[in-house]
Design a protein around this ligand. Structure first.
Ligand code: FMN
Length: 189
């Protein structure tokens, strides 16, 4: 196989598209984030990476809370919208049906099938364009209809995937095997 060099590029596939929720100036604000991920089951922890100029960042720093909401594919237009318009220009507070949980200052989106309520534990700044907010998940909310045998089902949540280099949204495809099982007897051909 011939490899082509692309210089050092942050290509990463697939990205999950989430909507982060923050309280700022006594109102909820929402922004789309694709640079995000989890890195611990115990304690449950995640990060979101947000451009330093974004309106939302101040709210996270002030309250030390934020939410991570997983929109489903039928929320793709709203997801795109909150990713284009800043809370500096428009009021995004009334775009969603909002609820609050235990932390009181992490607004969550009722229409999104899964929500993580997070407490800020660290802010990382590597001198680049973004601040990385590391959060501990203190509660997770999942629509009952998205549970199968008591567990969240990706086909019911229907998350929005994002392909950054050509700005496309996608949905998940087929199952291709069971993890920690399909590779058991693998040998190089
Ligand atoms: C698909 C998509 C993914 C995005 N991912 C990120 C991201 O990972 N980090 C980021 O800082 N901005 C990201 N953005 C841009 C912000 O959501 C956007 O600038 C937003 O208007 C900022 O809102 P605020 O100023 O109200 O905080 C993304 C936008 C879209 C449409």
């Amino acid at each position: 196989m011939t490899k082509k060099k692309f210089r050092a590029r942050a290509f990463f596939y697939p990205l999950t598209t989430i909507i982060a929720g923050v309280d700022i100036n006594d109102k909820p604000n929402f922004l789309t984030i694709a640079f995000c991920g989890m890195f611990h089951y115990k304690p449950p922890m995640l990060y979101i990476s947000s451009g330093k100029a974004h309106y939302s960042n101040q709210g996270i720093l002030e309250n030390e809370t934020f939410s991570v909401n997983f929109p489903s594919v039928d929320m793709v237009k709203a997801t795109d919208y909150v990713g284009m318009k800043s809370g500096k220009e428009i009021d995004k507070a009334l775009l969603f049906d909002v609820f609050y949980g235990e932390l009181k200052t992490a607004p969550m989106i009722n229409e999104a099938p899964m929500n993580h309520e997070c407490k800020l534990v660290k802010v990382l700044d590597f001198g680049g364009t973004n601040e990385i907010f590391v959060g501990e998940i203190i509660q997770t909310y999942i629509d009952e209809e998205c549970l199968v045998n008591g567990k969240p089902d990706i086909r019911k949540i229907r998350p929005i995937l994002f392909s950054g280099y050509n700005n496309n949204y996608l949905e998940i495809g087929n199952n291709i095997g069971q993890a920690y099982k399909i590779g058991r007897d693998y040998e190089k051909k």
